[in-house]
Design a protein around this ligand. Sequence first.
Ligand code: UT7
Length: 326
Amino acid sequence: MTNTIILGTGSYLPKKVMTNDDWAKLVDTSDEWISTRSGIKERHFAAENEACSDLVVEAAKIAIADAGIDKDDIDLIIVGTVSADNAYPSTGNWTQKKLGIKAIPSFDISAGCSSFLYGMIMANSFIKSGLARHVLVAGAEIMSRIINWEDRNTCVLFGDGAGAVVFGASETEPGILSTYWGADGNLGDLLIQPAGGSAIPASEESVAKKLHSVHMKGNEVYKHAVLRMQEAAMKAIELANISSDDIDLYIPHQANIRIIDATIKRAGIPPEKTFINIDKIANISGGTIPIALDQARKQGRLKKGDNLLMSAFGAGFTWAGTVIKM
Ligand code: UT7
C-alpha cells in the first residue's frame, strides 16, 4: 500500500509589513477594532514587481531543498490560489517555467481558503493511485491586488504570501490518515470577486463599481465558517480513527481568532496545541495553511510521529480537514 507523506516544506512572506496603524491612515479603522474583531495586528504585502508565481517559486525552492530531492523528481505541480498571475496560463504553469522543471503536468485549483487542503487531498489521490510520486502543492496569494483598498470591511483582513509542500510516496510510513472535503455553491455570493470572469467581464462600469475585488458579507460568512471549520476538524479526526486527545498540533485556517477559538472549544483541542499566526500575517486565503505548516515545523512544534490536524473554510463555500502522521 502506498501512503502520502510530507517530504519538505517552505514558505515565503514578502518583505513589506503593513500594520493596523498603517491601515488606519488610509481607511476609517483602528488597531483596536481590527485586533479585537479578528486577532490581526499586521500583514505582509508583495512588492509591485512580484506576481503570485514569484511567491510560489520562493516557497517551492525552500520546500524542494528541505525535501532533499532534485526539482526534476517532481512529477506534478498543484497551486491553490484565488489571485493567480493571469486568468490563464495557470500559476502552476508559471511556477513550472520559473523553477525550470521539465514538462510535467501543472495546474491551479480555486477553492478559496480551502485551496491548499483541496490540493493536498488531490496529491494524496494521485500518489495513492500511482499517477505521481512527488507532488509539489503550493498555496499562495497576493490578496493586496484583489482587495478594495477603500472598503474597511474587507481590506484590513488579508495578507500576501506563499507556502509549499513536497508530498512523497511511502510504502512504510502511514502519512495522511484522513481526508474530508465539501462545498456548497448555493452560498457562493456571500464571498465573491464578482467581475473579471465570463459572468461580468471587465468594463469601465465593472471597474468603477469596484467589482474586481473581494466582496464579503462578513457576518454571514462568519456563521458558516464556525460550523464548517468545526465539522471539518471533527470529521477528519473521526475518519482517522483517533480522538481529539490524540492530536498533537492543530493548524486551522487563520481568518479570525474568534472562529479558531470557537472551533477548538467544540472540537476539544487545547489552545496550546493550536498553531496561531493570524496576528503576524492575517488571512492569506489559500496560502495560510502551508505557511503555518512550514512555520510550525521550523519552530520545532512538529516531531516525527505527531498527529497533525488541519482544517480550512473559504469562498465557494468550500471546507476541508485532514489528519497526517508526521
Ligand atoms: O477566509 C475565510 C472566509 N472569511 C471569514 O471566515 C471571515 C468571516 N467574518 C469575520 O471574520 C467577521 O465577520 C469580520 C472580522 C469580517 C467582521 O467582524 P464582525 O464582528 O462580524 O463585525 P461586523 O461586520 O458585524 O461589523 C460591526 C461594525 C459595523 O458597524 P455598524 O454597522 O455596527 O455601525 C461595521 O461597519 O464594525 C464596522 N466595521 C469596522 N469598524 C472599524 C467593519 N469593518 C471595520 C473596520 N474598522 N475595519
